[in-house]
Design a protein around this ligand. Structure first.
Ligand SMILES: Cc1cc2nc3c(=O)[nH]c(=O)nc-3n(C[C@H](O)[C@H](O)[C@H](O)COP(=O)(O)OP(=O)(O)OC[C@H]3O[C@@H](n4cnc5c(N)ncnc54)[C@H](O)[C@@H]3O)c2cc1C
Length: 477
């Protein structure tokens, strides 16, 4: 093979020898289709969905087995060669985008269902399996995996677990962490940790899976996951509501939690986002004749086909009578329901059209959110009056999304400065679901104490002493 790069100093020469030895060793130890260099590395491995600072890695590994992952990590650790881990590359914080000198390890060939246990209500899957494939496998057995997000067709379960993904049904079932019973992970030195727990109750010592969930690939490579399944609900009711104030939005959530058997989605869209999606870029149809300051996509799941629809409609009717809801459309078919979600999920298409997007997923108590948004909009009007922020979120989970089409890196930085400044004032969280990655690193101290950061770094140093796994993500050592 061609040696990689050309060394300029003595230290670089030593590193150069080590990495070339590492490549040669791995070429001997791995099947030919696992290790790719130079032009064999596809463009898609240059960046995650956030798109910025894309860089093609010089070397790409596409292992098929845990044993191969272990071997790659062992050799890279010996050579102190940094690696970036890549799942479905739908991440929005730059975590899977290669940095200079990093080689990439993609899980895209480690796919498939290992076991679906209908009695224990668990499914064991390989980490590279797309989320939607697992959802479908569960549905075929009349079960459901209640983890769902707009990127479901492309994101992988390993990436979902590594970022502790949230999504559309968190309000009822929690985030990925709540659905993971066990996992298998490979440490930086190649040690395989088989923690395939299937039990709901297991208090035998530390629950090590939590070290890997949400650690954004900095502590180990997740290679298999055991997930919790639920019996499929029998009914789903969906409505789109127009409301006149944020106070009404909060009161509606509280009322629906009381009146309905379950609230499985409570997605709020501020007028800015709703109109941009339905009018400016015309991505979905607006079913209302008049505009409203707030829109709520409300869903309730149930198990009583005889009564659920009536109960849902009666609850909405009562709140309209009481003046809490200004207008409301209840989906009468699957197609109409999909039409509502096209508005909410239009963000995927919107993001793909923006340049230098300032993209926030803030965690903030629902009671503070209305005031926060008003103040944020006022500050942004002063600093960047021609860039209106689009606001929406999983409000039932205290998760606010804001996106702004900044156009240039300078304007993006200015918008981020304004919004994270306010996040700090509110003691809110800089990321409720997308993770810190590289992009939100400068603001981590808004949301974590000095002591928490010190403990995180201690864990990182002890589990990955050579710092080869996703270096520079979450924090710098
Ligand atoms: C249209 C759209 C909608 C979205 N909606 C949501 C949403 O509602 N909720 C939400 O939480 N997110 C959402 N996201 C963000 C993204 O889809 C999630 O963060 C997802 O979990 C990332 O999975 P992935 O497989 O694409 O991971 P990647 O983007 O490939 O990687 C994400 C991070 O995980 C690490 N990683 C990946 N695989 C592994 C592994 N096997 N072991 C260890 N580390 C690994 C990577 O190094 C990186 O740091 C959305 C994204 C898009 C584009």
């Amino acid at each position: 093979m061609e040696p990689l790069g050309a060394p300029a100093t003595l230290a670089a020469a030593v590193y150069h020898v080590a990495v070339n030895t590492c490549i040669d060793t791995l070429r001997n130890e791995l099947p030919a289709d696992v290790l790719h260099t130079g032009a064999e590395v596809g463009d898609r491995h240059a960046s995650d969905w956030s798109g910025s600072h894309s860089l093609l890695p010089e070397v790409l590994f596409r292992p098929e087995t845990t044993e191969q992952v272990s071997r790659i990590l062992k050799r890279c650790n010996e050579a102190r060669q940094p690696l970036v881990l890549q799942g479905g590359l739908t991440g929005l914080s730059g975590g899977a985008t290669p940095g200079r000198g990093e080689w990439a390890l993609s899980l895209d060939r480690m796919t498939g269902i290992v076991e679906l246990d209908v009695d224990a209500l668990t499914v064991t899957v390989r980490a590279g399996t797309p989320l939607q494939v697992i959802q479908q496998a569960a549905a075929e057995r009349d079960l459901m995996l209640p983890l769902d997000l707009g990127a479901r067709g492309s994101c992988q379960i390993g990436g979902n677990v590594a970022t502790n993904a949230g999504g559309n049904q968190v309000i009822q079932y929690g985030m990925a962490r709540n659905l993971v019973l066990g996992l298998e992970a490979v440490l930086a030195d190649g040690t395989v940790i088989p923690a395939h727990n299937k039990l709901l109750k297991n208090n035998a010592g530390y629950d090590l899976k939590h070290l890997f969930i949400g650690s954004e690939g900095t502590l180990g490579v997740i290679t298999e996951v055991v997930l919790r399944l639920y019996p499929r609900t029998r009914t789903r009711q969906s409505a789109l509501c127009g409301l006149s104030s944020y106070d009404h939005v909060v009161r509606l959530l509280n009322r629906m939690r009381t009146l309905l058997p379950s609230v499985s989605a409570f997605e709020v869209m501020w007028r800015s986002y709703y109109r941009y999606c339905t009018e400016t870029v015309d991505l979905a149809r607006d079913p209302f004749d008049e505009t409203h300051p707030f829109y709520v996509l409300l869903e309730s799941d149930g198990r009583d086909p005889g009564r659920d629809a009536d109960r849902f409609q009666q609850a909405l009717f009562d709140e309209m009578e009481a003046g809490l809801i200004a207008d409301c459309v209840v989906a009468q078919s699957h197609k109409e329901r999909e039409g509502f979600w096209e508005i909410r999920d239009g963000i995927g298409e919107i993001l793909s059209r923006f340049r230098h997007t300032a993209n926030f997923d803030i965690g903030i108590p629902i009671g503070d959110t209305g005031r926060f948004v008003e103040q944020m909009e006022a500050r942004l009007r002063e600093r960047q009056p021609d860039i209106p922020p689009l606001v929406f979120g999983h409000l039932g989970d205290g998760n606010l999304h804001v996106v702004a089409n900044s156009g240039t890196p300078e304007r993006q930085a200015d918008i981020e400065d304004a919004v994270y400044g306010l996040v700090r004032e509110y003691r809110a969280c800089i990321t409720a679901e997308h993770g810190v990655g590289k992009h939100k690193k400068p603001w981590l101290d808004c949301s974590r104490s000095t002591e928490e950061l010190a403990l995180m770094k201690m864990l990182k140093r002890s589990m990955d002493p050579n710092g080869i796994l996703n270096p520079g993500r979450i924090f710098d050592l």
